[in-house]
Design a protein around this ligand. Structure first.
Ligand SMILES: *Cc1c(COP(=O)(O)O)cnc(C)c1O
Length: 848
């Protein structure tokens, strides 16, 4: 089926014009590739320079520019040639074999559906809030670069996430400008006959119609659903209005549209992804709908269908605290999904709720979307090494009696899409050192290549970046103050604040209390002394929004605004309102040091600090999230002792002092110690190490290759194997699990004997399996790891049947006698080829 929207019949007829070449422009304008490949910028700048600078939205420029201007531009042979060349380049890039095709030519993987509540691709498409959308957007872009066949699935919000205004009192006001779909780089998704693809879902009382849209992101596509269809019951039209807005009902309905609607959309397009990647638990209902489609195709009951399809699902968790999981009241689930469970899945409400509960029979326990995602996936991962550990602790209750190390959550550390976040000058510098295609394949050689850039070149590049940021921040701050009605001298003052020779610290993030955005304000007088030191001054450029319901976060913003208004601080601190991708881009390209002060271990990964790497900025951060694995003294600075202290105010005070000390004793002196050419050589050495060692490692290129090789390819094979034979393997697996459930309580260990000689312990364990097939289990010797090493697990081999016992056996194993025999314990686990233990069967019996 051809899902192309012919651009010659665009939305709202806005380009109904006879001007030749318009299709080519529309093709360029509708590809989000322009958010990282800046080859087309000049086209839009030429058509309308000021609108382009304000919106960075090619589609808006194209629709707004007059027909005369378009005609004149396209009549110019040079312009036309340029446009045609850009279109050719775009198509060539979309079709060239990429890393995936070269590295995995015979791979059984032809599509991965990537579900996410938000995608941060460009400020032209404001359907994101922050870090989660950043990860989704950057991974989609990198998947395109690498040729990994990913399809994005998300929601199109009429208002998206709120926009921020700071009022004259320094208080945050939340605004909700309307996202006119006609001005967004999205097109209606049409059937081959031109009909707009609409899907119908059953909600209580009324059906809901969903409209489908598509976004091009280089060679990848993103499909979006929205509920603002004229045919809908009015309250349902607004379900997809706000991102993370409204109450729990709205959230559940959004998640229903995303998960169930999203999978149905793929089916309507004839797409059958082998792998479904859930970016956070929001999308977990997709696992139900995927199973339902398998039921329909094979006639299997729900449980067997889920056992088959989960092998192809991957759940990525981004939450570092249990309170961060989406949980819904049982009555809400009953209201919105009870009918779906009974009539579509053929299961009871109780069975559905059990999938989202720790204790299925606890009627008061809410429905946890992360639990559903775990029960519906074949693999689970966190987003940094530390977050993997934290997640194993968080999900340990689902795996009772399992050592926390064996809770089945791995990790893939996030990365960012370097071509999106690098400045034009950084792009030049890297291109000269590493070539144009550096982010399109393996990046392991880049470290060597970027090392070759000279101190002088690096420093020139850095000072130009500072200047550009200061110009931008001054102008934006002045406009912001003028719009808020600030006195003229304040507006003018902002136009002259900061300067390009001063050390610039950048600090921008969601103002959530766990991020401790006010740590630096702990001792305002000490901070002022730092900022205004006459020989070695420091300046601060900040931004950040707090969720409209987060009063504490908003108070922190106000605290900062009040600080920036102190006469001594004015020339040294700029707070930019309405933090978004555009502001973030300028900040990460221009700051010398990026500060991050979360409370460990709450920052699952963090990505903003990764964006400065390619631009030669350095990180000073708490040892949390990605920085806990990235930091070494050669590449930046670390805060904290690498341990957890909860929200102890004394600890915060201690870390604030440590932050000032670090700035005073190390960061500031390093920046201002210059050689005869005026170059801070120690600083530049850090820049070089940070760029070389960290930029490739914390790129989304690396993350997507890791997802592909460690998760997508195995998941595709596992799903293929399980779905063979109309799902028979799934049905057998369910029988096996039922047998385990039934028999487990009756299993027991008899005597466990050990004989030790000089070199070995020889263990023999007696195991009584009651009615259970011995092939359904395995027996292991287990010993805890010593001083940080992994635990030891040694399989015990069934050696003989026990005399006088119908289903009792002796199992034997030998281990070196280096450790005392008492370190080892025998245990009994479920076993079945190709089945993930304990993810898919968490039974375990310990000898003691
Ligand atoms: C990168 C980015 C984020 C994520 O930042 P963290 O500090 O990692 O949470 C949030 N918002 C915007 C606009 C960003 O560009």
């Amino acid at each position: 089926m051809n899902n192309e929207t012919p651009v010659s019949q665009p939305l709202y007829g806005l380009l109904h014009t006879d001007v030749g070449g318009i299709d080519a422009l529309a093709e360029l304008a509708l590809d989000m590739r322009s958010s990282w490949n800046h080859a087309t910028d000049q086209v839009w700048r030429q058509l309308d320079p000021s609108l382009w600078d304000l919106t960075r939205n090619p589609w808006v420029v194209l629709q707004t520019v007059s027909r005369e201007k378009l005609r004149d531009a396209l009549a110019d042979a040079a312009f036309r040639r340029n446009v045609d060349a850009l279109v050719q380049a775009r198509r060539a890039a979309a079709e060239a074999p990429a890393w995936f095709q070269q590295a995995h030519p015979q791979a059984p993987l032809n599509s991965v559906a990537y579900f996410s509540m938000e995608f941060m691709l460009s400020e032209a498409l404001p359907i994101y809030s922050g870090g989660l959308g950043n990860v989704a957007g950057d991974q989609l872009k990198a998947a395109g670069d690498l040729g990994v066949p990913v399809i994005g699935v998300g929601l199109l919000y009429q208002q998206g996430y709120f926009r921020q205004l700071i009022d004259p009192d320094g208080a945050q006001q939340a605004l909700y400008p309307y996202n006119d779909p006609g001005q967004l780089p999205v097109t209606p998704l049409r059937r081959p006959d031109g009909e707009w693809l609409r899907l119908k879902l059953d909600l209580p009382g009324h059906p809901i119609w969903l409209r489908a849209w598509q976004v091009r992101v280089g060679r990848v596509r993103l499909y979006l659903l929205d509920s603002n269809d004229a045919a809908n019951y009015p309250p349902y039209r607004g379900i997809t209005s706000e991102l993370y807005g409204g109450g729990p009902d709205q959230r559940l309905m959004q998640e229903l549209i995303l998960g169930i609607g999203g999978w149905r959309l793929l089916a309507a397009l004839g797409i059958e992804p082998q792998v479904c990647h859930l970016n956070e638990g929001h999308a977990a209902l997709a696992v139900l709908e995927r199973a339902r489609h398998f039921m329909q195709a094979t006639g299997q009951p729900f449980e067997a269908a889920l056992a088959v399809t989960r092998a192809g699902n991957l759940f990525t968790t981004h939450t570092a605290v249990a309170a961060g999981f989406d949980r819904f009241a049982p009555a809400q689930v009953e209201h919105h999904l009870g009918g779906y469970a009974r009539t579509q899945l053929g299961i009871s409400l109780h069975e559905l709720l059990a999938l989202g509960r720790r204790h299925p029979d606890d009627a008061a326990e809410p429905f946890n979307m992360a639990y559903l995602a775990i029960r519906g996936s074949g693999a689970v991962n966190g987003v940094s090494r530390l977050h993997g550990e934290v997640s194993r602790r968080l999900f340990a209750p689902l795996f009772p009696r399992w050592p926390v190390d064996e809770v089945p959550v791995g990790h893939v550390t996030n990365g960012v899409h370097m071509p999106t976040w690098d400045s034009a000058a950084a792009d030049d510098l890297w291109t000269r050192a590493c070539g144009k295609d550096r982010w399109l394949g393996p990046t392991e050689a880049l470290e060597q290549d970027i090392q070759s850039v000279s101190d002088a070149d690096l420093w020139r590049f850095r000072t130009a970046a500072s200047t550009a940021l200061i110009d931008y921040a001054r102008a934006r701050a002045a406009r912001q103050l003028a719009a808020a009605g600030a006195p003229q001298e304040e507006v003018e003052g902002a136009g002259h604040s900061c300067d390009c020779h001063t050390l610039t610290l950048g600090f921008a993030r969601r103002f959530a209390t766990y991020k401790r955005p006010n740590l630096l304000l702990h001792d305002p007088e000490r901070l002022l002394r730092l900022l205004t030191n006459p020989q070695r001054p420091v300046q601060l450029i900040m931004a950040g929004k707090a969720h409209p319901a987060d009063q504490a976060g908003q108070a922190l913003i106000q605290q900062w605004i009040h600080f920036t208004r102190r006469p001594e601080a004015r020339a040294r601190v700029i707070f930019l309102s309405d933090y978004d991708m555009h502001v973030a881009g300028h900040l990460v390209q221009g700051v010398d040091v990026w500060l991050n002060t979360p409370r460990r271990p709450w920052e699952a990964s963090g990505t903003s600090g990764m964006k400065v790497l390619v631009n030669g900025g350095l990180n000073l951060s708490e040892l949390d999230g990605w920085w806990a694995e990235a930091y070494t003294p050669e590449v930046g600075w670390a805060l904290g002792d690498g341990r957890e202290h909860d929200d102890d105010p004394a600890r915060d005070a201690l870390e604030a002092e440590a932050l000032y000390d670090l700035l005073e004793r190390e960061v500031i002196p390093a920046f201002y110690s210059r050689d005869a050419q005026g170059i801070p050589t120690a600083w530049v050495a850090r820049m070089r190490e940070s760029m070389a060692r960290l930029a490739p490692r914390f790129s989304s290129n690396r993350a997507v290759r890791e997802y592909t090789e460690r998760y997508y390819l195995p998941a595709a094979s596992a799903y293929r194997a399980r779905s063979a034979d109309q799902g028979k393997i799934g049905a057998d697996l369910v029988d096996w699990r039922h047998a385990l459930d039934q028999e487990w309580a009756a299993l027991r260990f008899g005597e466990v004997r050990v004989e030790t000689d000089d070199e070995r312990h020889v263990f023999e364990a007696q195991v009584y399996l009651d009615e259970l097939d011995p092939d359904a289990v395995r027996v292991e010797l287990y010993a805890n790891g010593v001083s940080g090493t992994a635990p030891e697990c040694v399989e015990m081999i069934r050696s003989r049947q026990l005399v006088g016992a119908a289903n009792g056996y002796a199992y034997r194993a030998e281990v070196p006698a280096a450790r005392p025999a008492a370190d080892y314990t025998a245990r009994l686990l479920p076993h079945r080829d190709g089945v993930a233990i304990p993810l898919e069967a968490a039974h375990v019996l310990w000898q003691r």
